[in-house]
Design a protein around this ligand. Structure first.
Ligand code: ADP
Length: 493
């Protein structure tokens, strides 16, 4: 870090990979701060002191004690270091509050899948300490320009800061998952030390309860979500999950930034899970992965038949039911299909039956298998992602990087990251896959047939592959976009 960093940012989060992860937030909380630090910003994380966090960070030292917070049990603030690799580290602040965090189980639920009954206090404390550190009430010298809040767990930070009379940081609220909103009974407002008059439609109230997420969306200086198209979609039903009115009202302060991917982990030139490494200059070597995948999945060995891949949670959101509907017609084209995934038992069962009915043409693996997911990305000719909605999506980016053009429904981040193949987009060099507008079996099948026609025209196909492989999906691009928002929040050009 240079002596005079660009910006100081407190990144407030309830998860960070590899210490504690239940979803995409954990990955983003490690990768984005690293990429922002590479741009010379002084980004530090604020985390709850779950046992795995206290055990997983190094060089812990006590920097403050909070004795004057009547709502919360005794709390100490630690400064520490989180190592992500031999060369990559993040400075972190850890909230050590045994009364709220020292327990077995997950960050949000106990071992039986029940929400912790004191979640309002647990994440109220995260939000509160975030607000203190981001204001002139902070007991430490390091003062951030920006408090960057993530999902409902830190949603009260902008509210606490709003009611703080002194100097304070600007706030950014990022939505990674709009489905979880942190809704608690109205009595929590006073219990958490918020002013009673904040319990209003113009405040933290949400249908008669307190909503942490709504509070963040209402009071934050700016809101982001994980793709520009999803930022539009959540302003109306059904994807607004009840918050569409507020999000539409704040649309001038709402933007979408696509998540990056780990371009080292997902690089066909060095990926250890592949049968044969390749690059856009050595595209012919991709074929070794197709034959390895066909062999591994007991599909008929055939270098010329188009092979479609799927790696996904097997859920309604991901459109797997629609895929199952058209699979028999896909086989007739002719084409092959490989599916790797797990989740809803009914869909798992239907897929297993499909594989049984079409041996050699459809192969299904139920389960989570990191290595196989890499081989599917490399070995398939094209990748299927007919999601009903998709805030950002990762696999469509992996597949473009692997020269495996994706076929996607025009929703959320899929619409932002895949350019439909048309004569015009082929001519201007932007075509990178196949996009269908309406979510239906008929439209999915039509897109698959367009892909098969392009696949049999080797020149067109190679152009599609190379266009996708040349795209920049790195975190650097995303971090630059976040930095622009930070600058606009503090009035820096
Ligand atoms: P979501 O987070 O909604 O499930 P994303 O596309 O954003 O969807 O990310 C899913 C991630 O999980 C991707 O990295 C994908 O490769 C991986 N994944 C999903 N299912 C499996 C599986 N069965 N085996 C291996 N990886 C999987």
């Amino acid at each position: 870090m240079p002596s005079s960093p660009e910006l100081r940012v407190l990144f407030i989060t309830s998860e960070v990979f590899p210490l504690c992860k239940t979803g995409g937030l954990g990955d983003v909380s490690a990768a984005l701060p690293l990429a922002l630090r590479a741009l010379h910003n002084d980004v530090r994380l604020l985390l709850p002191g779950y046992p795995q966090v206290l055990a997983g960070v190094k060089y812990k030292s006590k920097v403050a004690e909070f004795s004057a917070l009547p709502q919360f049990p005794p709390t100490t603030l630690l400064s520490a270091r989180l190592s992500l690799s031999k060369t990559e580290h993040l400075p972190v602040f850890v909230i050590d509050c045994p009364g709220l965090y020292e327990r077995a189980g997950g960050p949000y639920m106990d071992e039986f899948g029940r929400d912790w009954p004191d979640n309002a206090l647990r994440f109220g404390l995260l939000s509160k300490i975030g607000a203190i550190l981001a204001s002139d009430a902070s007991p430490i010298a390091w003062r951030p320009h920006i408090a960057h809040c993530n999902d409902w767990q830190s949603g009260l930070t902008p509210a606490y800061l709003h009611f703080h009379p002194g100097k304070k940081a600007a706030t950014l609220m990022t939505i990674h998952n709009l489905a979880f909103q942190g809704v608690f009974p109205p009595g929590s407002v006073v219990q958490l030390g918020l002013p009673p008059h904040s319990f209003s439609i113009n405040g933290v109230e949400y249908y008669g309860n307190l909503s942490f997420l709504k509070a963040g969306l209402y009071y934050a200086g700016h809101i982001t979500t994980v793709s520009p198209n999803y930022a539009q979609e959540i302003q109306s039903e059904p994807l607004g999950f009840g918050l569409q009115g507020l999000l539409a009202a704040r649309r001038r302060h709402l933007s979408g930034i696509i998540n990056g991917i780990d371009v080292n982990e997902w690089d066909p030139a060095s990926d250890p899970h592949l049968a044969q490494n390749y690059s856009s200059k050595k595209l012919a070597d991709k074929a070794g992965n197709k034959s390895a995948l066909q062999q591994h999945m007991e599909l008929t060995a055939d270098a010329d038949i188009p092979l479609f891949g799927v790696v996904s949670r097997l859920s309604h959101q991901k459109g797997i039911d629609v895929l199952i509907q058209i699979a028999p017609q896909l086989v007739k084209i002719p084409a092959q299909l490989v599916v790797l995934g797990s989740d809803q038992a009914q869909l798992e069962h239907l897929l297993a039956m499909l594989a049984q009915a079409h041996p050699g043409a459809i192969a299904v693996r139920i389960g989570f298998n990191e290595a196989l997911s890499h081989l599917v990305e490399a070995g398939a000719d094209a990748f299927l992602m007919p999601s009903r909605f998709e805030p950002c999506g990762l696999n469509q980016m992996y597949s473009q990087r692997y020269g495996t053009p994706p076929i996607v429904h025009a929703t959320g981040g899929l619409a932002d990251t895949v350019v439909d193949c048309t004569p015009q987009t082929l001519a201007d060099g932007s075509a990178s896959g196949f996009v269908f507008d309406t979510m239906s079996a008929e439209h999915l099948l039509a897109a698959i047939k367009r892909a098969v026609a392009a696949y049999h025209d080797k020149k067109t196909w190679q152009r599609l592959q190379k266009n996708g492989m040349a795209k920049d999906f790195s975190w650097h691009a995303s971090a630059t976009a976040y930095q622009r928002i930070y600058h606009s929040l503090i009035g820096k050009p």
